[in-house]
Ligand binder design. Structure first.
Ligand SMILES: C[S@@+](CC[C@H](N)C(=O)[O-])C[C@H]1O[C@@H](n2cnc3c(N)ncnc32)[C@H](O)[C@@H]1O
Length: 528
């Protein structure tokens, strides 16, 4: 098929692509292209090669087309430097920023750009300096708080969802890592014994063995994906046929090992979205966490359990971000191009996330500054910031009263895009936290119609009006938003503020499946 073409080893391809794109392309990135059929594979493992022509084809599209297309769609005033396209994923999820998944968080480098003390041809002023106090009234998973700490700035966060407050405070709190390690070891050992005593491990082992035989035969790597890419095979149709073919083998093993798939009821998220064995293990770990006396340790353990639960929901690999239907059988996985199975035990993920959490907390400890960051739970339209702060940290509350807040850096919810409580429904169910969905501004469930837009304008303005009471003179408000309905000029007006500048940035690193052209504006507002 491929004759007279220049061939690259994986290593050579990574060096070539790095130079060509002017950004780091690892050998793992190239292997990904091969495994996912984006470029064809020549030779076998160990001596795998790729065709240069195909690599050029792939990357030239990638390099120029995207910026041109996006500028056409989003406007010439797009500030490409704010795309942070050269950053690796490990940098955008550095240390505690990846303690728990959260749909809708911004990348830390964007926060850093606006909070730090550099200036450039776009950012001509410094908005916050060391020891200032910054407010994020839509704190989410706490990115502003974490970045503030790194930069030596104090910060207050507010979020209406108590689970988001928990994530944020866990990220910035100083933990007793030795104690945390002890508790993790204790619980992991008990969980391991619990799992060994059930049939799930033997069942999974046999199931994986059967699956590997089946997948090797019908979904050879990388040929299958390559043929799907080139449309020689209709991946979905073929995959679903084969998935049906495998089902009798699956059910035979389910019977053999007495595996219980469904829970007796499916009224709550916990009952509907977890296979019975997984649910038992979750409850088991939760009971052990309840026995921990130290409050902060208990909280961070809950975050590890919650992250584990999220990875163990009965869904396909492709639908982790947007759940469709509970999956309790083997299925064709469009992401991996083969038959995959649901999970039957949380053990692997619990162990992985426990280790990862300790590593991330240690990393953050090594760069942490002696400043204060606290997230409060409440509705930012009404919360009494001084009083609520007083309940958490008297000394810091006094400092804030004296010095006042220097401004806001925040990304408010957008109109009708995400239900922030619902995305962590599993944790609300398990931990029994009170939900305040009706206080969310601009939730998905209220849609994007005229009424939703009006109530959004009122909601965001009410937040700004409330927060202004706590501001120092000459404050700066920076709001990241995808303002597709052009509501921010009205929001500014209604809040007694004026928009003094707008930064338009392309959003490239979207975690969700929709990778279309998308931009955000960072509005800079000041007192009118
Ligand atoms: C876009 S997210 C913020 C994400 C955050 N920048 C991050 O990096 O994780 C918006 C947040 O606003 C919160 N929110 C919505 N309505 C609120 C209200 N009335 N008061 C306080 N927070 C609210 C949501 O719960 C959500 O966490």
């Amino acid at each position: 098929m491929i004759k007279n073409s220049e061939l690259f080893s994986i290593k050579e391809a990574s060096a070539w692509a790095t130079e060509y794109l002017g950004k780091n392309v690892t050998t793992a990135n190239i292997s990904y292209l091969v495994n996912y059929g984006k470029v064809s594979k020549v030779g076998e493992n160990g001596s795998t090669q790729v065709v240069k022509e195909e690599l050029v084809g792939y990357y030239s599209n990638y390099k120029s087309q995207r910026e041109i297309e996006w500028r056409e769609k989003l406007g010439e005033d797009l500030n490409w430097a704010l795309s942070f396209e050269n950053l690796k994923e490990s940098e955008t999820t550095k240390h505690v920023n990846r303690l728990h998944p959260y749909k809708g968080k911004f990348i830390p480098q964007l926060v850093e750009y606006f909070l730090d003390s550099h200036i450039d041809k776009f950012k001509r002023d410094i908005y916050f300096k060391k020891e200032d106090i910054v407010l994020d009234p839509f704190c989410g998973s706490g990115t502003t708080l974490v970045e503030s700490n790194e930069l030596g700035i104090n910060a207050i966060g507010i979020d209406v969802s108590v689970f988001n407050t928990l994530i944020s405070n866990c990220k910035v709190s100083k933990h007793d890592i030795k104690l945390l390690n002890l508790e993790i070891n204790r619980i992991s050992k008990l969980l391991n014994d619990f799992v060994v005593n059930s049939h799930t491990l033997d069942f999974e082992q046999e199931l994986l063995y059967e699956l590997s035989i089946f997948n090797n035969k019908y979904f050879p790597v990388p040929d299958f994906k390559y043929q799907v890419q080139r449309k020689v095979i209709d991946g979905k149709k073929y995959g679903e046929e084969k998935a049906n073919e495998f089902l009798p083998t699956y059910y035979k093993l389910v019977d053999k090992y007495n595996i219980e798939l469904l829970q007796p009821n499916n009224n709550s998220f916990l009952e509907k979205w977890f296979i019975k064995h997984i649910r038992r293990e979750i409850d088991f770990v939760f009971e052990e966490i309840k026995k921990v006396e130290d409050k902060k340790t208990k909280k961070i353990l809950s975050i590890i359990l919650s992250r584990t639960m999220r990875s163990c929901r009965a869904t396909t690999h492709a639908d982790l971000a947007t759940l469709k239907d509970p999956i309790i059988t083997t299925y064709y996985c469009s992401k991996h191009g083969k038959i995959c199975k649901p999970l039957f035990s949380i053990l692997k993920w619990w162990n992985l996330y426990s280790k990862d959490t300790i590593k991330r907390l240690n990393e953050f400890d090594s760069i942490r500054t002696q400043t204060t960051q606290i997230c409060l739970t409440g509705d930012s339209r009404q919360i009494d910031i001084f009083n609520e702060l007083e309940k958490k940290d008297k000394e810091f509350a006094q400092i804030v009263r004296n010095r006042k807040i220097n401004g806001i850096f925040s990304s408010p919810p957008y109109v009708g895009l995400i239900d922030y409580h619902e995305q962590h429904a599993y944790s609300y169910d398990l931990f029994g936290f009170e939900r305040k969905d009706d206080l969310e501004i601009g939730p998905l469930y209220k849609g994007q119609g005229k009424a939703a837009q009006e109530s959004y304008v009122d909601g965001i303005s009410d937040v700004l009006i409330n927060c202004k009471k706590y501001f120092a003179d000459d404050y700066n408000v920076l709001l990241v938003s995808n303002d597709k309905y052009n509501l921010y000029p009205r929001i500014a007006e209604r809040s007694g503020m004026k928009i003094v500048n707008q930064y338009k940035r392309p959003v490239l690193n979207r975690t969700e499946k929709d990778k279309g052209a998308y931009s955000e504006i960072i509005f800079h507002l000041k007192e009118k």
